[in-house]
Write a protein that binds this ligand. Structure first.
Ligand SMILES: [Zn+2]
Length: 390
């Protein structure tokens, strides 16, 4: 029996107990007159029969009838809505929650919950504008409702609406009385990235500096600033920023530097390559070396990458790193073919908090919504674990 059916059965039992309790109350109030035929029971019994016959759709139809008949069963009705949403039946969940709002006799608290639930229904169904509208109605009733504020923040960040996201983060800082500095730094970096893409260099400069002021550890703000300074041919400043990057950013993110130093041929050949070699000599970080070779192969071709690989004298590589390097080769061997195939499907980064794996670095975790939590996956891990983006 599926969990869905078990959940339905639980609702059925709760409803049955509610009805029996209500009948007991009626009896205790001295009503000895035979009760009129209870029109509520047949649909409930039919619902349970359908459940036992493994027919959840028909069972739900009957249960909804039961919930409609009794005004005090709004909580049960809400639970049905949650179940519809959890099964991906967003349209039905929306109808149920809208029905609750249409009933004037229900308590104000359930009214509020129905707005939150409608926000969740529309968010789960991908109708983000309508979700925001319903969360706004819930927040108009309870301005400090954290789940609604978190949900709105997630939507704004998914939609790249950084100003609105920043406003929500400020609200959360006020309500929770905690610092969201790192989070705000990454939002500033996203705004700086957008400015850079639109050629607004001065705006990118001020936003990336604001990001670094909020958090000196913000990897994205560092990298954007290096790219900006290279673009402005302020090479000495770019190198100074790269030095700060190595000092202030967590070591797991150092592997992201080589690609950034290749933003421009002249810079890389005259300064970037030497800088990376000096950094390499300090720590011989294999992930930095392999990623450097990979990026060089992508931009300058496999022959140039092979020269670098020999120069770095990469040794004691894990199977995962060996496969990544083999996938770059152009030799027509079975191993290279298999490595190329593996490389296409493998994921390189994982969130250190929730473990979700993604192909390329992202600053925002799509699962737990943390910023800057993605790191290169453990070098010993060749095969992916069962972790997927929701
Ligand atoms: Zn995560």
């Amino acid at each position: 029996m599926s969990t869905f059916i078990v959940a339905l059965l639980v609702v059925a039992v709760v409803l049955a107990i509610t009805l029996l309790w209500k009948n007991r109350e009626d009896f205790s109030e001295g009503s000895l007159e035979p009760e009129p035929e209870d029109t509520r029971v047949p649909p409930l019994l039919r619902g349970i029969n359908y459940l036992l016959s493994d027919k959840p759709d028909q069972a739900l139809q009957e249960m909804v009838q039961v919930a409609k008949i009794r005004s005090e069963s709004a909580e049960v009705y809400m639970a049905l809505g949650e179940m519809f949403r959890s099964q991906g039946e967003y349209g039905r969940a929306v109808r149920i929650h809208q029905n609750i709002l249409a009933r004037p006799e229900i308590a104000a608290d359930l009214h509020f919950q129905a707005y939150v639930s409608l926000g969740q229904d529309f968010q789960a169904g991908g109708l983000l504008d309508r979700a925001l509208k319903h969360y706004a109605k819930a927040l108009a009733i309870r301005p400090e409702h954290l789940p609604s504020l978190y949900a709105c923040l997630r939507i704004r960040e998914q939609s790249h609406e950084w100003d609105e996201a920043e406003w929500l983060v400020s609200r959360l800082e006020q309500i929770e009385n905690t610092s969201y500095h790192e989070h705000r730094a990454y939002l500033k970096a996203e705004m700086a990235k957008s400015a850079l893409e639109h050629g607004e260099l001065a705006l990118c400069e001020s936003l990336s500096l604001e990001g670094l002021k909020l958090s000196a550890n913000c990897t994205h703000a560092h990298l954007l600033r290096i790219i900006l300074l290279i673009r402005e041919t302020k090479y000495d400043d770019a190198l100074a920023q790269a030095t700060l990057f190595l000092q202030q950013v967590k070591m797991e993110h150092h592997a992201l530097l080589p690609e950034t130093m290749m933003a421009n041929d002249t810079f890389y050949q005259e300064h970037g390559e030497t800088f990376l070699f000096e950094a390499w000599k300090q720590r011989h970080d294999v992930e930095v070396g392999v990623r450097w070779v990979e990026n060089l192969a992508k931009i300058y071709g496999i022959e140039t990458a092979k020269i670098l690989k020999d120069k770095l004298a990469l040794k004691d590589l894990s199977l995962r790193h060996e496969l990544r390097l083999a996938a770059l080769d152009e030799v027509d061997t079975n191993l290279v073919k298999q490595a190329k195939y593996w490389r296409l499907s493998m994921k390189l980064f994982a969130c250190k908090h929730c473990g979700v794996q993604v192909h390329d670095v992202r600053w925002h975790c799509p699962k737990c919504n943390r910023w800057g939590s993605m790191e290169p996956m453990q070098s010993s891990q060749v095969f992916e674990e069962e972790q997927h983006v929701q």
